[in-house]
Every structure is written in structure tokens, then in C-alpha cells.
Design a protein around this ligand. Structure first.
Ligand code: GAP
Length: 513
């Protein structure tokens, strides 16, 4: 575990050192849980967004996109339930004065039982080798069964407390499980209180009479309130979807783990409108489609799993998360929710406008049901960085750090390097860049030895390094080095476009979906 924490620290440092992510306002000592993306980070982020947007809007005839504003009428948040119910249960440790989310403390405790079971399994697997039967071991090991029973009991108690909104019970669980503050080490806890996560601000001058408005905590509501506009102007027929990418804001109290939990972040959300009664069929459909989208990136199928929700949000009748194996455990990257017709019905009620769809096949009006897919751009970014970060031994006493990014997402697709800074090689390299730059993000690099330049490109995940040498001037060939295998090949300059394009094109990736 400590080793994994170490890896995570290295990833955070790497993100800063190589221009991916910087703490916001750093020269003023930063601003908690707010981050800026650097020159490489923004390229990776834009590629992630393109992968999502095109997979939704370009590949599906019945999904269209919008871009709604961050500021919205404040009644929207009353209607959606966020004013009354978008809360986190908080608890303070009286000695360290640190504030925690009570639900997170308990979930971490549940994860500790899971870890104990995993450790027992790993120990036994090592002892029995090929003959090891995991199912049989889990069914017969006394230790595993004890851990499992404790875990299940805690889980059931926790799920009930959350569903009943029982804050006293949450505190009692923390006391009974003897959960200690990681800072002070004591179990001296306050009561659990609810805390609303929305940021608010004033719109208009006080002379005109100002209005308290909220910074949106999710992009979804911008889609719901535009349902009629899009359905009518786009002549959309159910089932259909509306997709949006945009900023969201939450006053997270426990803001930890770098860009995993931020106060300002970006979401990619799609609301899919369906006939009442068909929502669970579509929920299963989107669960599969979304997992497949993640897996198509080739970061290892074993690094993803579903996590079905115990506590359903106030609007949902089914919900699951797609989790990715981060260095700090499997964590949610995307949520898929069956939101019933809650949001549209609420907006119908609060706005007084009829928000319905006339279904010509059924010859009836209804408020559509909704399946939502909601993924954080930043969390997706973090999962990709964590999956890609690799330290490799590449010879005696030599190591390299390489970002094994999916080539299609890499910030720079190829670096073009003259072997030396003379003899016309820089000019030839720039000539090659001029043929490639309209289609690919390419970089020119002439500083330091070729070995150092390779390492620099490995560290930002560039799939190809192309070296221009004296032979290039004679026969029009260059050396192309592949990032992961480090293999080098001599190829004609004329072939570069197709080599790079084959490996980095979105269309090849989309064909896997
Ligand atoms: N519209 C539904 C919704 O917002 P959510 O589970 O609260 O659902 C969806 O958020 C996704 O947004 C999460 O799976 C996560 O990827 C991302 N997300 C939520 N809160 C975040 C935060 N504070 N920082 C970064 N990403 C966040």
C-alpha cells in the first residue's frame, strides 16, 4: 500500500514536471483542490474530450450535443433537489480539528476488510501455486469468512444509515468500528452534520435587487431544461440523447488525491430519453456501451469494474459506477444512472410548462424517463495517467519513466529530431514537420543528446521519435523509434504519414466500439 502511495506521489510530481497539471495560483501558495492544466495536459484533456464527444455525437445518429450556460435560474436547483439534498455528511475530529466525510471514513473501513481478504488469497495463492482454487479457498478459509462476515454486517448497517439519512447512526458506526483520525490518531469525534456542496454568488447590482444564484454542480440540468428546445428544433424521436461537456463546481470538503476530487472540474454527461418502462433495458445497454468505451483504450480490462450503488441518489431507480484501478484502489470514474422521469417532472412542476413528448407510435403523451452517463474529464485524465505511468529498467543501471498513453490520446504524436544541429539536418527536420503538422501534433527537438531527447518524449508519452541524419539527405529515409518497444526502423519520409496515422487515428479506435 505504502508502495502504491509512493507511485501516486510520483505521478503527481510527474504531472507537474512535464507540464500536465499545475496547482492553481501556485505563486500565491495555491488554492485548495483547484488545478490548472499545462501545455501537455490540455492536449491530453482535449483528446479525451474528443474521444467522448465523437463516440456520443458522431457515432450515434440519435444523440446531439449542446453547450448550456453555467449560471442558470436558481429555481432549477430547487426543482432538481440540489438546494435541499445535495449534501455530504461531515464529521470533525476534535483533536486534529480536521473535517472528514463520515461516509468516506466508513467506506474506507469496508475497503480495509476487502484488503484483508485479498491478502489472505494472495498468501494462499503463493503457497499452493498452480493447484490454488480461489473459490474453494474463499469458501473454506476461516479467516476469510470472518472478514467477510464483518464486512457484510458493516456494509448493511452503513447502507441502511445512508438510505435513512440517519446521521447519528453514521457517527455510531464510526465509534463502533473504532475508526481513528489519520492525523491525530484519536477517536474523539463531533456529531455528523449535513453540508450543502453548491457554491453561490450574486447576480445583478444591489440597486437593481440582486439574485442569489448557484454555480452548477452538474451539467445535467442544463440538458433537462433544454429538453423541449432540442427535441422540437432537432425533430428528435425517442429514444434519443443530448450530450454536453462543461465545467461543474462543488465545495468539496474532503478534497484529496490531486485531481480526483476537485472544487472546479469538468463533466461529460449524456442524458438518454426513453419510454417509461423501458429505462432498465436502456440502463443495461449504456452500462455495457460505456465500459466498452473505456476498455477500447487498451489500458487493461482487469483495471475496470462496475460498482452498483447501495444508496441511490434522490432521482435514481438504478445506478452503477465504472471504477478504475488507481494506485489508491478501485475508484469511480463514471456514473450511469437511471434517473426515472424525476428531473423533467420536477421542472414541469416548478416552471409550470408542459414538458412532455408525444409518442406517435403509442399515440400518447408522456414525460420521458432518462438514463444518464456522467464522467468526469479530470478523473478520466487521472485514470489514464495512473494507467500509463511506467518505470522501466532498460539496461544495466539504466531506467526510464515512460507514459504508455493510448497513442490516440498522446499530447504529441511524433517528435522530429535532427541528429546534429548542422549540415542542413535542422532544415530537413523542419521540412518534414511542415508536411505532418496539418494532421498531427508534432514537436521539433534539437537540444541534448538523442538519448536524452528520447527520454523527454517517453516522459510525455510521445508514440514516435523520428531522427533525421545524414543518410536522410542522401536517400530520403529517417529512423523511427516506437515508444513502448524502443525499436528503431529505417523508413522513407514518404511513409511517415501512414505510419503515424495508423497508430494514432481516432477512426481505428472508433471501429472497436
Ligand atoms: N449528473 C450526475 C452527476 O453529477 P456524480 O456521480 O456526482 O453524478 C459524475 O458525478 C462524475 O463526475 C463522477 O463519476 C466523477 O467522474 C465526476 N466528479 C464528480 N465530482 C467530482 C469532483 N469533485 N472532482 C472531480 N470529478 C468529479
Amino acid at each position: 500500500m505504502a508502495q502504491q502511495e509512493d507511485v501516486f506521489k510520483k505521478i503527481v510530481a510527474h504531472c507537474k514536471e512535464y507540464g500536465f497539471v499545475f496547482p492553481s495560483s501556485e505563486i500565491y501558495d495555491g488554492l485548495g483542490a483547484v488545478y490548472d492544466y499545462g501545455q501537455n495536459g490540455i492536449e491530453l484533456k482535449n483528446n479525451i474530450k474528443r474521444y467522448w464527444w465523437d463516440a456520443m455525437v458522431k457515432l450515434n445518429e440519435n444523440i446531439v450535443g449542446i453547450d448550456s450556460s453555467i449560471f442558470m435560474h436558481p429555481t432549477i436547483w430547487k426543482a432538481s433537489g440540489h438546494v435541499d439534498a445535495f449534501n455530504d455528511p461531515l464529521i470533525d475530529n476534535k483533536d486534529s480539528k480536521k473535517r472528514y466525510r463520515a461516509d468516506v471514513l466508513i467506506e474506507e473501513q469496508i475497503a480495509k476488510y476487502d484488503e484483508k481478504i485479498e491478502k489472505e488469497v494472495a498468501k494462499a495463492a503463493k503457497k499452493f501455486g498452480d493447484a490454488f482454487d480461489k473459490e474453494k479457498f474463499l469458501a473454506t478459509s476461516v479467516h476469510c469468512q470472518e472478514h467477510q462476515a464483518k464486512r457484510d454486517a458493516l456494509h448493511a448497517r452503513y447502507a441502511k444509515a445512508m438510505n435513512d439519512n440517519n446521521l447519528e447512526e453514521l457517527r455510531q458506526i464510526i465509534i463502533d468500528e473504532e475508526i481513528a483520525c489519520p492525523i491525530s490518531g484519536t477517536k474523539n469525534w463531533t456529531d455528523v452534520r449535513q453540508f450543502n456542496l453548491m457554491f453561490s454568488t450574486e447576480m445583478g447590482s444591489t440597486a437593481d435587487g440582486s439574485m442569489k444564484i448557484f454555480l452548477r454542480p452538474e451539467t445535467a440540468q442544463g440538458i433537462f431544461v433544454n429538453f423541449l428546445n432540442v427535441q422540437k428544433t432537432g425533430r428528435m424521436k425517442i429514444p434519443f440523447g443530448i450530450a454536453q461537456i462543461g465545467k461543474a463546481f462543488r465545495n468539496e470538503i474532503v478534497a484529496r488525491q490531486f485531481i480526483f476530487r476537485m472544487r472546479e472540474f469538468e463533466q461529460m454527461e449524456m442524458q438518454f430519453f426513453v419510454r417509461p418502462g423501458e429505462e432498465l433495458k436502456w440502463f443495461e445497454y449504456w452500462k455495457k456501451v460505456r465500459l466498452n468505451w473505456h476498455k477500447a483504450l487498451g489500458m487493461g480490462d482487469e483495471n475496470y469494474r462496475y460498482h452498483d450503488h447501495d444508496k441511490l441518489a434522490h432521482y435514481a431507480n438504478a445506478a452503477t459506477d465504472i471504477e478504475f484501478r488507481m494506485p489508491f484502489g478501485f475508484k469511480e470514474v463514471e456514473g450511469i444512472h437511471s434517473r426515472t422521469n424525476f428531473d423533467l417532472s420536477q421542472h414541469q412542476k416548478y416552471s409550470g410548462k408542459k414538458i412532455q413528448y408525444f409518442d406517435p407510435e403509442l399515440n400518447e403523451n408522456y414525460v420521458p424517463f432518462v438514463i444518464e452517463t456522467s464522467i468526469g474529464v479530470d478523473r478520466m485524465f487521472l485514470s489514464i495517467m495512473c494507467g500509463a505511468y511506467t518505470e522501466e529498467v532498460v539496461g544495466e543501471n539504466d531506467t526510464r519513466v515512460v507514459l504508455k498513453l493510448p497513442a490516440v490520446l498522446a499530447p504529441v504524436k511524433a517528435a522530429i529530431m535532427p541528429l546534429v544541429k548542422k549540415d542542413g539536418l535542422p532544415e530537413k527536420a523542419r521540412e518534414i514537420i511542415n508536411t505532418l503538422k496539418y494532421d498531427f501534433n508534432v514537436q521539433y527537438d534539437e537540444k541534448d543528446s538523442i538519448g536524452k531527447r528520447y527520454r523527454r518524449q517517453d516522459a510525455i508519452g510521445t508514440p514516435f521519435c523520428i531522427t533525421v541524419d545524414h543518410q536522410t539527405l542522401e536517400d530520403g529515409t529517417v529512423t523511427i523509434r516506437e515508444r513502448d518497444t524502443m525499436e528503431q526502423e529505417r523508413v522513407p519520409v514518404a511513409d511517415l504519414y501512414s505510419i503515424i496515422s495508423k497508430k494514432t487515428s481516432f477512426s481505428e479506435l472508433f471501429k472497436k466500439l
